[in-house]
Design a protein around this ligand. Structure first.
Ligand code: 2AM
Length: 179
């Protein structure tokens, strides 16, 4: 049986990825942690772990039935989790649509045997890994708006010393009423 390491995620547009990398370079010490490559910056909705092709197909079918409006995320918060050694960018007020989408995908994953390591969903974009020591965070006041009109399923592979994510499938969210 073949398995793949998979996760549902929100993509960040390439210009935003580049902007975040520039901002990170200007606002964090060089030894704060290991920077995530621009192309790998994303927001995980539900981590599935190693799953069989059968489970992957089933979860993709369920994902395809999700019908909810798109939403906007204000990336205006940052933090440090010393235990996993993660420095992240997040939102002070996650929109309801984001929580609804992630919780649905997480519940479907859990029902198919994919254990969620975190009991609750804290939306974030990981900026640095291996950040075990105290990290000076930039003062609040930064802000990027992410308009979300679709979500994706990605595979994660470690090849030649690098983590590579590949988008396997994409699903649209409907246009919010009034647009
Ligand atoms: P992170 O950014 O908080 O580390 C691909 O590896 C994505 O899945 C990453 O964004 C990562 O979240 C998340 N991920 C990796 N391993 C995980 C785990 N054991 N539990 C939950 N999420 C995980």
């Amino acid at each position: 049986m073949t398995t793949q390491r998979l996760f549902f995620a929100l993509e960040l547009p390439a210009p935003l990825q580049q902007e975040l990398v520039r901002w990170r370079a200007e606002n964090f010490a060089e030894d704060a942690g290991r920077p995530i490559a621009a192309a790998n910056l994303h927001l995980t909705l539900a981590f599935l772990g190693e799953v069989s092709d059968e489970t992957s197909l089933r979860l993709q079918q369920l994902a395809g039935r999700i019908s909810q409006p798109g939403f906007a995320i204000d990336l205006d918060d940052a933090g440090h989790w010393p235990r996993p050694g993660v420095v992240w960018l997040g939102c002070q007020r996650p929109p309801r649509g984001l929580l609804q989408l992630a919780n649905l995908l997480r519940a479907q994953a859990a029902r198919h045997g994919c254990a969620q390591s975190a009991p609750s969903f804290h939306p974030h974009v990981t900026l640095l890994r291996n950040a075990a020591h105290k990290v000076a965070l930039p003062p609040r006041g930064f802000h990027w708006r992410l308009d979300v009109s679709h979500f994706v399923l990605c595979s994660s592979r470690f090849e030649k010393g690098q983590t590579r994510y590949q988008v396997l499938a994409r699903w649209p969210l409907s246009t919010p009423k009034g647009d």
